[in-house]
Design a protein around this ligand. Structure first.
Ligand SMILES: Cc1cc2nc3c(=O)[nH]c(=O)nc-3n(C[C@H](O)[C@H](O)[C@H](O)COP(=O)(O)OP(=O)(O)OC[C@H]3O[C@@H](n4cnc5c(N)ncnc54)[C@H](O)[C@@H]3O)c2cc1C
Length: 410
């Protein structure tokens, strides 16, 4: 058997042999991280460069899938490696030592694939999972709307049935990489007379369908990470509905839980590593405040990494996570804010004004420090969820929970 074969995951072999085989595959196909620039930032200010990097991520994911290393624990019939959960952990550990990564396509695969595995019908799993795992098709998340972010269940994009199709009209917003993705996973309102959580349907949509208009939103750093997506009488086959019509909320929750787990467990580089270098360059290694805050951040990063690994193992085994995934996202968000603040504390005014690789890294760290606190659910909302789900506190008062969606003032 060659290392390129799709049988990379052989559940009967020992972890040591598997580890050696994966390591040798990576050595042959990937670039060791030691050869890469730790100050490189993932911010692109023009569409062509953004597209170029997106396609590199897609290609790398395709290579992993061809070697049986993407979705290792997924059944081979669905394009996975047919291996065991522990193999995914080993592959993840090894992949951290190399530069190539699956970027955005990999992130949405981590959110969507477990949801499809759990909720899609057999035909849909056979159709979409192999294309999702190999990134032959890339998917964006079409959930948030103006006025329906934290209160996602209030969403108003309407889908009206017309024979074998839905006609969908509405607006989505903050949709990451929607300008680059082939397909989207979309939440629509199919029953306006039901209470808000019960009239939502989860549907897959080809982004090239007539009536979809994707408009990039340019941020302060010049990049267009997000988009507005307008849907004007878009015809989507009923066959694209995942799960039952009007029962999409539970699938959305599966996706959001996977998203929180992914965000927490995905960092390849720890910010504290660069912050330590910055402190040394600035001659602040012996500064008591800087030392104290660095030690604090390093401890928190380690805790998050361990929590993330535990949650991801459970997700891969199809089990309930051992802790609320919201907790890890909260801690990751907190770490990002601390890191952005520290980067500026260490580099000072020069950090804001400079354009060297180190100062550029510091600026991105500062500007992006709230991305995790908002994306995938804000800290405040996550704290509410953790209070209710994990601590058993009384539910947040909600006057509209049982009211028909149509009657809720907007
Ligand atoms: C980096 C990033 C990537 C994203 N990617 C996507 C994507 O790909 N697809 C997608 O659909 N969306 C995406 N989003 C949108 C994201 O899901 C929403 O921004 C988020 O859910 C918050 O919604 P909102 O912006 O409407 O804020 P709002 O819901 O209007 O919240 C405003 C403020 O009110 C607070 N608040 C609201 N309700 C409560 C409450 N009940 N209790 C206490 N405080 C409350 C919030 O915490 C926040 O501080 C992304 C956002 C970011 C930052």
């Amino acid at each position: 058997m060659t290392v390129e074969s799709a049988d990379m995951a052989d559940a009967t072999e020992s972890p040591d042999i598997f580890r050696a085989r994966v390591r040798s595959w990576y050595d042959e196909h990937a670039t060791p991280r030691t050869e890469t620039d730790p100050w490189a930032v993932n911010v692109h200010t023009d569409h062509d460069t953004e597209r170029h990097h997106f396609e590199l991520n897609r290609r790398w994911q395709g290579e992993l899938a061809a070697a049986g290393l993407m979705g290792i624990a997924y059944p081979a019939a669905y394009g996975g490696g047919g291996g065991a959960g522990w193999m995914t952990r080993i592959e993840r550990e090894i992949s951290r030592d190399y530069e190539e990564n699956t970027g955005f396509p990999g992130a949405t695969t981590a959110m969507l694939a477990p949801a499809l595995l759990r909720h899609a019908c057999e035909e849909q799993k056979l159709e979409y999972l192999p294309k999702l795992l190999s990134a032959e098709l890339t998917f964006c998340q079409l959930f948030s709307e103006p006025g329906s972010g934290s209160d996602l269940a209030s969403l108003g994009t309407r889908a009206i049935r017309d024979g074998d199709e839905f006609i969908v009209t509405g607006q989505k917003v903050w949709n990451s990489a929607a300008q680059l993705c082939d397909w989207g996973f979309l939440l629509v309102r199919t029953d306006p007379d039901a209470p808000k959580h019960r009239g939502i349907t989860f549907v897959l949509v080809d982004m090239s369908t007539h009536g979809i208009d994707v408009r990039p939103l340019v941020q302060i750093n010049g990049s267009a990470h997000f988009n507005e997506v307008f849907l004007d009488e878009v015809r989507i086959p009923v066959a694209n509905v995942i799960g039952e019509i009007n029962e999409g909320w539970s699938i959305a929750r599966t996706v959001l839980a996977n998203e929180a787990a992914f965000i927490g467990g995905s960092a390849k580089t720890l910010s504290s590593t660069n912050l330590r270098t910055l402190a040394a360059v600035a001659g602040l290694t012996n500064d008591a405040n800087v030392r104290q805050e660095l030690a604090d951040l390093i401890t928190r990063e380690r805790v998050v990494a361990w929590m993330g690994e535990q949650i991801q193992q459970a997700v891969r085994r199809g089990e309930m996570p051992p802790m609320d995934p919201g907790l890890i996202k909260l801690m990751t968000a907190d770490n990002r804010v601390r890191s952005g603040n520290m980067a500026m504390q260490i580099t000072g005014a020069g950090g804001i004004a400079g354009d060297s690789p180190k100062t550029t890294w510091s600026q991105v760290e500062l500007m992006m420090r709230f991305a995790v606190s908002i994306g995938g659910g804000t800290n405040e909302v996550l704290r509410n969820n953790v209070g209710e789900r994990a601590l058993g506190l009384p539910r947040e008062p909600g006057y509209d929970k049982n009211q028909p969606w149509r009657d809720i003032p907007r």
